[in-house]
Structures are given as structure tokens and as C-alpha cells.
Design a protein around this ligand. Structure first.
Ligand code: IMP
Length: 415
């Protein structure tokens, strides 16, 4: 059996939560492969609000197991808090022993470095993501599996602090004592030990047993560390390829890949965004789409659908299909716009570019529609909304398999 994959096509917040939540009902396991608690979505179940940041969405399907892969950076503190929302996760949650930990000093470094960047700040979520991945790559990080031996782990952490004492002092970051560290790590060990396992073997076994596995990407393609709008990106491989290293799968293990994109575009944090609308339209998109971050509460920047970026993202991920989310947010606009090319130094360019900050959008304007909200069949969509979807399909050379017309799970058009 091959594992199916869901990946964000834009700058994150595409509404993956609704799709993964919807699909999780049909999967035996859901696995996260990158990112950390910088991601997040809120789901309402039986009137109760559940905020997910690290735990995969399969947690809402009582029969599914949930895997946090080695490519994820795990804040034990944040994970323990999140786990409190559920009664019993034993046998339903598995955390890779190889996943690196986000510890308090990573968060302090993230915030201190953002302050030092001043006007060039990335606009990180301040969750310690970049510093934790930096430690991993620098080979000074610590993995969840090391919680099994607190004495050894705390000594190793003290060695790290000793080596970096001057740097941390400059950043005004307080270094804890070994006793404080041990105390904190013990709490993590007590809470997490039953869940720490060899998730690589687990995923292999699931696939060998013909179980259905869903791989859940966090953030989006344009935030990918290699292929996104560097340096205004997150620190992980957000594209589908990240699922291989982030779980221990081979490319041959990946089956259907679905890219999730909003019918318009949003971005949080800084960095280039050619189709951003600074006027009334952008404001209307923000209000209608409730475009405020679930993790940080920040206002999202809003603008029109960028077909150039979407085509690039579909190719990078190898998308078999696209799911277009929040079509209803465009209801009532007299005209809707799609970016079909960029203009750079007076020249038209149809590919995604290295210097995205120099790109001006070339728009195609289409007539809008009154109401798509709640529609569940393609034929029932207003004609102009149908044309809009078909045009995106044409411009991105990718089949549109799903269109979402409201936050309700049932308001989904399958094509
Ligand atoms: P970091 O991941 O906290 O280091 O932040 C780096 C950039 O990625 C910032 O622009 C964040 O706003 C953005 N980012 C991180 N996680 C998400 C997400 O889940 N949705 C949207 N943007 C995100």
C-alpha cells in the first residue's frame, strides 16, 4: 500500500485542516512529517473547540492512529498541553524517538534574533522552530528518544550551554542550572515516554499490512526552506518530498498527492507576496475569510489567486489533484482576479521567479458571482464560479478534485 499525502500549495493556512479532518475518517493512520507547533487549526467537535498544533488530525477519528514523524520538531511542553484535550491517547499517538526537541532556549533565541533583525524580521511565530532545526543541522540538537536517559541528556545540554555561554549572554538569554533542566526534562519524560517509539518501522509495518496512511503536511510550499521565498520561509521541507525524510519513507511509498490552495491567497509574516491587495478588496477578503492566525492571532495579508505560484507548487509537489478551499469567500465580488504572469523590469514572465519581490502581477479579470456558499455539486455553482474553477485548472495544468464552499465538512464538492 502507498501513503496518500496532503500538502499546502501557498503560504500555509490553506484550510488543510478541513480536508485532513474530512479524510481522516477513512484512514487507519495520519502522520505529520515536518514543522512544529507553528502550525495549527481549530476544529469544533460536538460544540467543543479543539486546537491542534502538533497532534495529527486523525486524533478525531477514534479508530485512527497518529504519528509525529522524525522530521517534526517537538516542543514537549506544547505537546503535553495539547494532549490534555484528549482522554486517552495510549496506542493512538506515536512520537518518533528521532524527532528533535524544541526547548526553552530555542524559543528565547528565536525571539531574540527576530528583535535583532529589526525591520528585516521574518515574522516568525516565535515558537523556536528555526533555532531547533538549526541545532539539528548543526549537530547540537537533542532528540525525544534521549529523554530515556535524563542524566546523560542533561549533561549533554549543559555542555551545549557551556559552549554557547557567550553567545547566549549577548542575546540576554538566561542559562538554567543542571538541576532546573533535570527537573523540567523529568516532567517531559513522565508524560511522553509511553508514546515515544520507532515510528519509521511503524509506518513501514502499516503500509506492509495494507493499512491506509495519510501524510499531513504543515505550512505551505512557498514557505519551504529550499523552494520557498527564502529567507522569508519556515525552516523545514514543507513540500511532498519532505514526507520521505521526515518519516523514513522512500519516494516509492507515496501514492496520491493532493495540493490544497485557497481560492485567493494569504500570507502571515513578512516577505514577497505579488498579489497582495492593500485596498478594499484585501480588507474584504480578510473579513469574509476570517483571516487571522490560529497560532498567533496575527492578521493575515490577503490578495488574489496566484496561478504562476500555484503551477510551480503543483510541479514541485507532484500534485495529482488540487483542492480549492474557501470559494465562498469570493461570493459577492463584482470582479475576481487571477494572476496569470508576472512583470519584471517591463518583461512578462510566466514562471515562478528567484526575485519575487521584483514581480508585479499580471491579472486576468473575470466576472464574479453572487453565492457559492454551501453548494455541494459543481453543476449547482453559479456559472461564473464554475468558469473561475475551470480557469484555475487550465492555468495550473492540474485537475481540481475538490472545492470547498463553507467550513462545514459536508459543504464540499467532489469532482
Ligand atoms: P517560523 O516557522 O515560526 O520560523 O516562521 C517563519 C515564517 O513562516 C513566518 O512568516 C511565519 O508566519 C510562517 N509560518 C509558520 N508556520 C505557519 C503556518 O502554519 N501558517 C502560515 N504561516 C506560517
Amino acid at each position: 500500500m502507498k501513503a496518500d499525502l496532503i500538502v499546502g500549495i501557498q503560504w500555509g493556512d490553506e484550510g488543510k485542516g478541513k480536508i485532513v479532518d474530512h479524510l481522516a475518517q477513512n484512514y487507519d493512520a495520519v502522520a505529520r512529517y515536518q514543522g512544529g507547533h507553528n502550525a495549527g487549526h481549530t476544529i469544533v467537535v460536538d460544540g467543543k473547540k479543539i486546537a491542534l498544533h502538533l497532534i495529527p488530525s486523525g486524533v478525531l477519528n477514534k479508530d485512527a492512529i497518529n504519528i509525529i514523524g522524525n522530521g517534526v520538531v517537538v516542543s514537549p511542553k506544547a505537546l503535553i498541553e495539547e494532549m490534555k484535550q484528549f482522554d486517552n491517547l495510549k496506542g493512538r499517538l506515536f512520537i518518533s524517538q528521532k524527532a528533535h526537541m524544541i526547548l526553552e532556549h530555542h524559543i528565547a533565541i528565536d525571539r531574540a534574533k527576530e528583535r535583532l533583525r529589526g525591520s528585516k524580521a521574518i515574522g516568525t511565530t516565535g515558537r523556536g522552530i528555526g533555532p531547533a532545526y538549526s541545532s539539528k543541522v548543526e549537530r547540537s540538537g537533542h532528540r525525544i528518544g534521549e529523554l530515556r536517559d535524563i542524566e546523560k541528556l542533561s549533561s549533554s545540554l549543559m555542555d551545549y550551554f557551556d559552549m554557547n555561554r557567550d553567545i547566549l549572554k549577548t542575546l540576554k538569554i538566561e542559562i538554567p542550572s543542571k538541576e532546573q533542566i533535570k527537573e523540567e526534562l523529568m516532567l517531559y519524560k513522565e508524560a511522553l515516554l509511553p508514546y515515544i517509539s520507532d515510528t519509521t518501522k511503524l509506518v513501514w509495518d502499516l503500509l506492509n499490512d495494507n493499512k491506509k496512511v495519510l501524510l499531513e503536511g504543515a505550512q505551505g510550499t512557498l514557505l519551504d526552506i529550499d523552494h520557498g521565498t527564502y529567507p522569508y520561509v519556515t525552516s523545514s521541507t514543507t513540500i511532498s518530498a519532505g514526507a520521505c525524510s521526515g518519516l523514513g519513507l522512500s519516494p516509492k511509498d507515496i501514492g496520491k498527492i493532493t495540493g490544497i490552495a485557497k481560492a485567493y491567497c494569504t500570507r502571515v509574516g513578512n516577505g514577497p507576496f505579488p498579489t497582495e491587495d492593500f485596498g478594499e478588496d484585501g480588507k474584504k477578503l480578510r473579513e469574509r475569510g476570517h483571516e487571522f492566525g490560529t497560532t498567533t492571532g496575527r492578521e493575515r495579508r490577503c490578495g488574489w489567486f496566484d496561478a504562476v505560484a500555484c503551477r510551480y507548487a503543483c510541479r514541485l509537489n507532484g500534485c495529482d489533484e488540487l483542492a480549492i478551499m474557501k470559494l465562498d469567500v469570493l461570493d459577492g465580488f463584482k470582479k475576481v482576479k487571477i494572476c496569470v504572469a508576472y512583470e519584471i523590469d517591463g518583461k512578462r514572465v510566466e514562471d515562478f521567479v528567484f526575485d519575487l519581490d521584483k514581480a508585479k502581477p499580471v491579472y486576468e479579470e473575470m466576472d464574479g458571482w453572487e453565492r457559492s456558499e454551501g453548494v455541494r455539486r459543481f453543476e449547482d455553482l453559479p456559472k461564473n464560479a464554475q468558469k473561475y474553477i475551470k480557469r484555475i485548472e487550465e492555468l495550473t495544468s492540474t485537475k481540481i478534485g475538490m472545492v470547498s464552499t463553507s467550513p462545514d465538512r459536508r459543504d464540499t464538492i467532489l469532482l
